[in-house]
Design a binder for this molecule. Structure first.
Ligand code: FA5
Length: 326
């Protein structure tokens, strides 16, 4: 008889487990714990039990009743917390997974590097956390130069700085690679500029450097023109305006004529020039033997012109609706 109670208890628990909703739970309570339920009728069989076994039977029945009541209370509490009905409708269509894509700036960089690769420029990189030697001193920017002012740079506690230009890579490459070198280096640079439609405090530049024997302004202009034609179309033009950079002599601003909303306009893209003899000397090269050109272009400006983006800030707001267009 006691063994039979074990089987009954297991059956009751299995039934409780199978009760799938509130109505089934209530039906289970009535069937097992109700006033005319199965536990009550089992108690009624006490008279059939040997008088000596009755205390043990009574104790077992009480234990089973407590257990089933506790199990029921637990299930009911869980059911009250959960929403009624099945938790998920497996027949509903799922949420479509959007396919990601490269950011427009990453794509623009890849496109620019590819054009220069076809002109024989290898891709080089340098660190974004730099020292003042690579960002300024070796680039012929003296200690007293205003470009080194703390207000115009992100200096780091404990020394070093976030590079303010990719010209650092010119030095890094020339320090480790004997000429001739012909490289392009793309990457992030940082300046505490106030954000507006054309300025951001983090942006990207593409640096170009060719050091060889007998490199002239003609080579510089034809490399930039070659890029402009390949990237913006055969009608694109390049113009140089005299300018000043400590690390090039002569120096120029480079403009490209581009079609913007159907109108051809001159757009400034960056700086360029022939590598200053002091820079060659700083990296241990003889300026009588070697010469070179360098340029540094703003990637955002190129992307904005190419894709008709009016405000640089839109590029970095991470609004997928905007970025998905490109
Ligand atoms: C330079 O950074 C020089 N290193 C370029 C150079 C390289 C000259 C090699 C000679 C030889 P500049 O500060 O003008 O130059 O910046 C170059 C380009 O970066 C600008 O023409 C512009 O396109 C872009 N740029 C500069 N500041 C910002 C900014 N805050 N936000 C977005 N683009 C910027």
């Amino acid at each position: 008889m006691l063994a039979e109670l074990d089987t009954t208890e297991s059956a009751a628990l299995a039934d409780l487990e199978a009760a799938g909703d509130a109505a089934a739970l209530e039906a289970w309570r009535i069937e097992w714990l109700g006033s005319k339920g199965r536990l009550k009728s089992l108690m009624g069989r006490m008279k059939d039990v040997d008088p000596g076994d009755r205390p043990a039977f009574g104790q077992r029945m009480n234990a089973m009743k407590k257990l089933l009541e506790a199990a029921f209370a637990e299930r009911k509490a869980a059911g009250d917390a959960a929403p009624s009905g099945p938790a998920i409708d497996v027949t509903e269509p799922g949420i479509p997974m959007g396919l990601g894509q490269r950011h427009i700036i990453s794509r623009t960089i890849a496109e620019i590097l590819e054009v220069f690769a076809r002109m024989g420029f290898e891709s080089a990189t340098g660190p974004e956390v730099e020292d003042e030697w690579h960002n300024f001193t070796a680039l012929n920017v003296p200690e007293s130069h205003p470009a080194r002012e703390p207000i115009d740079n992100f200096y780091l506690d404990g020394g070093g700085m976030l590079r303010s230009q990719t010209s650092t890579v010119q030095i890094r490459v020339l320090e480790t690679t004997p000429p001739p070198v012909r490289i392009v280096a793309a990457g992030r640079v940082y300046r505490p500029d106030t954000h507006d439609a054309t300025h951001f405090s983090m942006f990207h530049q593409v640096e170009g450097l060719w050091v060889d024997r007998g490199v002239t302004m003609v080579d510089l202009k034809s490399a930039l023109l070659g890029f402009a034609h390949a990237y913006f179309g055969e009608e694109a033009e390049v113009r140089m305006r005299p300018s000043f950079f400590p690390f090039t002599e002569p120096s120029a601003e480079v403009d490209m004529k581009m079609r913007i909303k159907g109108q051809w306009q001159w757009v400034e893209l960056g700086g360029c020039g022939l590598v200053d003899p002091n820079v060659l000397t700083a990296v241990g090269l003889d300026p009588e033997e070697w010469s070179g050109f360098a340029f540094g272009l703003g990637v955002e400006r190129i992307a904005m012109r190419k894709y008709g983006i009016a405000d640089i800030r839109w590029l970095f707001e991470n609004d997928a609706r905007f970025l998905r267009q490109f």
